[in-house]
Design a protein. Structure first.
Lengths: 488, 347
């Protein structure tokens, strides 16, 4: 089925997530959509599948304009979406799960007939799923297969896949690609959303690249990697003045560090972090950098290897022990994980400081808060509740809350959503800490920020970690390729 | 600047809630063909009509205030301590236990009573700690855990009254054998009221006020209650604080149980908690974490409870009307508060 998106607009507050996007996907093709996190890919797909409503624009299916107001509408028109996390019900049997979205089956579904249809359908693609077992017993790859079968059975003629290869094995990925190729041969269309350059290259018949809410270009095979990277990340900007405070004293030593969670494994990381050094962690979201950072902060246990701080082993100790050793963790979700809705700025500073006596000295707390407000240029008063501050001021407050001195400061996206001025200001403050010997490890998706402020960069891709890259000799293009999985 | 308007707005909305609750109760009264105004008048006269009646209000107020004080601590930590009823009961059981053990010794009565109170606090705290441990280490929601523990506590009272602690001869629903008068809390002559327990309840609410208002402990508790993840990241040992909240609340509930045994009934009776725990939950929800507001509100609720005793006598109405009014009040306050938030968001 041919899909046409015409002049789609969608804004969230001030953010123009989709800015006048027009894209045509002919029947029988696999259309790739590339872009970094926050480029607007997911928004566009959610518009197409009825999860969110566009502000302006039009959708045509086989040249007929349609209105899609809900996911149920979408599937009625033949558009099905395979989400990154399969939308299934783990405690249920596979057959029941298969039945669930379809209304035509009635109150008492004919299970025998459905089972036959399920088996016929899966034979076509060579899947081997037992309809009577439970979802819990399936791998992520098999759950995807089940979801694809379900969408086809419900009449999908356009299949959208959002980052489908995260968390599945290489053989399952081959199986998935093979399946998608069979589908387009039958005249279906597939929209494949990804940030993995190699997969897009291997699979797609055409590619559209998005950046900051806009469709910045389309490409056809044979693809030029350099061209795609440049489209994705934009023109490389000359890097300004940089000062580094890295020394030759090792502060943190990782030996054979191995981390595992349900989605991915990070194996055998060996790294020395020097006093005063800044290490940037690059990679698409979900590539393992967050798990790595949380392990350094004592919020996640490693499954193998050792962590040393100033020569002392701290592997496996609880988070509060790490804090007492001068290790601090600044999460990205400010109001969810860092600050407390409903408490004032002063109360936050009281909580973050060491307790003195049983009762809080209000006058002293007020003085400390006032000093931090001036020092960090926070626009607000000590009595302001934290949620009344703007995002940038919340971020400054969060950074002002960190204790001094620190051995190791860990941050997720320290300047996300901030304007340039705030970013420069915050990094000025952070570099002051480095001067005093603090090491900083931070996650960012902003390549320029990574290159501008880090001494060295580690790139993460699907749990694999690159060798540390010296920022003095690394370019935006190189970094972009590594993030897309080229050369890792 | 932008603060003053919502505050006035909020006050107006709260008055609206009270008016709505009264209207709602009036409608119910009219449905059973009773005069609302006459009913309200009887409630007021029944609670403050005479000094004797008002002293009865105070007798009801004491356990209610103790329970509410404890619940303010758990509410601050974001915990729904439904198990407070069982904690009051357990406090009463422990108090009775110590009194029974020591009543025939030669120890001074005052010492026995003090030990009985300490035992009551211990019993309540113990019962609450089980709910807390179940929540922290067993992921059992404190509402379910507390509810279950309430049933167990009630069953235990009945078993004790009809089993090991039964009156000489045959056990009965009237409770265990009353203690000798020397082991009662000293009473105001001619009344059921003990000034000691009144002073205790007021002291406890004052302590809770300062605890929540001015201490590191109180602030951390509030942080845990409002956002556990952030609190943990800020370095607060969240499990320990949750458990501490349960222990404190349990101890205060246990005090309420001890007061009921030593100061009101002078024995263990089957429904020793008299529903003051649940009523305390209503009060705590109504006053939104503020101990100072809890004092008048719980007094008002005690007045409703005592005043409505007049209804069956004078008007042949059931005395549960006070419950209808109390429940309606809480529901309308919460409803109006929700409406206020929606309205503020829109403007």
């Amino acid at each position: 089925m041919k899909v046409e998106l015409c002049n789609i607009h969608k804004t969230f507050g001030k953010v123009h997530a989709n800015d006048d996007i027009s894209l045509t996907v002919p029947a029988g093709t696999i259309q790739g959509i590339l872009g970094e996190n926050g480029a607007g890919k997911s928004t566009l797909m959610k518009v197409l599948t009825g999860f969110i409503r566009m502000d302006k624009g039009e959708i045509l299916l086989d040249d007929r304009p349609v209105k899609i107001n809900s996911p149920a509408d979408a599937i009625r028109h033949g558009i099905g979406m395979l989400h990154q996390d399969p939308l299934d019900f783990p405690p249920m049997r596979i057959l029941d799960n298969f039945l669930i979205g379809r209304h035509e089956v009635g109150v008492f579904p004919n299970k025998r007939k459905v089972r036959r249809e399920f088996i016929e359908l899966q034979e076509r693609f060579g899947f081997k799923i037992d309809p009577d077992s439970y979802i819990e017993s399936l791998t992520v790859g098999e759950r995807q297969q089940l979801e694809i079968l379900r969408l086809l059975w419900m009449g999908a003629r356009v299949l959208i896949l959002d980052e489908p290869t995260t968390g599945i094995s290489a053989s399952q990925r081959e199986k998935l690609f093979e399946t998608l190729r069979i589908l387009v041969e039958d005249g279906m269309s597939v929209i494949f959303v990804s940030h993995k350059l190699e997969e897009v290259e291997a699979l797609c018949g055409r590619v559209a690249v998005m950046r900051r809410g806009k469709l910045v270009g389309e490409a056809f095979p044979p693809f030029s990697m350099d061209h795609l990277v440049r489209l994705m990340f934009g023109k490389s900007v000359p890097v300004g003045d940089r000062t580094f405070y890295g020394t030759d004293q090792v502060a943190v030593k990782l030996s054979g560090l191995t981390i595992e969670d349900v989605r991915l494994q990070i194996r055998n990381v060996n790294l020395d972090i020097y006093k005063g050094e800044v290490i940037g962690l690059a990679g698409m979201e979900g590539s393992g950098q967050r798990q790595f950072l949380r392990t350094l902060g004592g919020l996640m246990r490693s499954v193998g290897g050792r962590i040393y701080l100033n020569g002392k082993e701290i592997t496996g100790k609880p988070y509060h022990y790490y804090m007492n050793q001068g290790i601090s963790y600044v999460p990205a979700a400010r109001l969810e994980e860092g600050l407390i809705d409903g408490l004032t700025l002063t109360e936050h500073f009281v909580l973050a400081r060491k307790q003195t006596g049983l009762f809080i000295d209000r006058a002293e707390a007020l003085k400390v808060t006032q000093r931090h407000i001036e020092d960090f240029n926070i626009r607000g008063t000590p009595e302001h509740r934290i949620e009344a501050l703007s995002g940038g001021n919340q971020q400054r407050a969060l950074l002002a809350l960190q204790r001094t001195p620190l051995n190791l400061l860990l941050m997720e996206h320290p300047t996300r959503g901030l304007d340039i001025e705030s970013t420069i200001y915050i990094w000025g403050k952070l570099k002051e800490r480095c001067k005093k010997g603090t090491c900083i490890v931070f996650i960012s998706s902003d390549l320029e920020e990574l290159l501008q402020y880090s001494d060295r960069i580690l790139v993460f891709f699907g749990g694999k970690v690159s060798q540390p890259l010296d920022t003095a000799t690394t370019t935006v293009d190189q970094l972009g390729q590594l993030i897309g999985g080229k050369g890792l | 600047m932008f603060k003053s308007k919502p505050r006035w707005f909020g006050l107006g909305m709260q008055i609206l809630a009270v008016v709505l609750a009264l209207l709602f109760t009036s409608v119910i009264l009219l449905m059973v063909k009773a005069q609302p105004l006459e009913a309200y008048k009887n409630i007021i006269l029944g609670s403050v009509g005479s000094f004797k009646k008002f002293s009865d209000v105070l007798v009801a107020w004491i356990p209610l205030l103790l329970a509410t004080s404890g619940l303010l601590v758990t509410f601050s930590a974001g915990l729904w301590n439904i198990g407070i009823e069982g904690q009051i009961t357990m406090g009463a059981i422990f108090t009775t236990w110590v009194l029974r053990l020591l009543q025939d010794t030669t120890m001074p009565s005052a010492l026995i009573i003090i030990m009985a109170f300490l035992a009551g606090m211990l019993g309540g705290a113990l019962w609450a700690s089980l709910v807390g441990l179940l929540k922290i280490y067993g992921s059992v929601n404190e509402i379910f855990g507390g509810l279950g523990m309430n049933f167990i506590a009630t069953a235990m009272t009945i078993w004790l009254i009809f089993g090991p602690w039964k009156r000489p001869g045959v056990g009965s629903m009237s409770g265990t054998e009353p203690f000798r008068e020397a082991l009662w809390l000293p009473m105001v002559p001619g009344l059921r009221l003990s000034l000691w327990s009144l002073a205790l309840a007021i002291a406890v609410v004052v302590v809770v006020f300062f605890l929540l208002k001015g201490t590191y402990f109180g602030l951390r508790l509030k942080a845990v209650g409002r956002n556990m993840r952030s609190a943990f990241h800020l370095g607060i040992p969240t499990s320990r604080y949750m458990l501490a909240a349960f222990l404190l609340c349990g101890a205060m509930a246990g005090l309420a149980g001890a007061v009921q045994v030593t100061g009101v009934y002078h024995r263990l009776i089957p429904s020793i908690s008299s529903g003051y725990g649940f009523l305390g939950l209503l009060v705590a929800m109504l006053v939104n974490f503020q101990p100072l507001v809890a004092v008048p509100v719980s007094l008002f609720f005690a007045m409703l409870n005592i005043g409505s005793i007049q209804l069956p006598i004078v008007m042949k109405l059931d005395s549960t009307l006070s419950g209808v009014l109390q429940g309606a009040l809480v529901l309308f306050v919460l409803l109006v508060d929700g409406a206020r938030k929606v309205l503020l968001k829109k403007s």
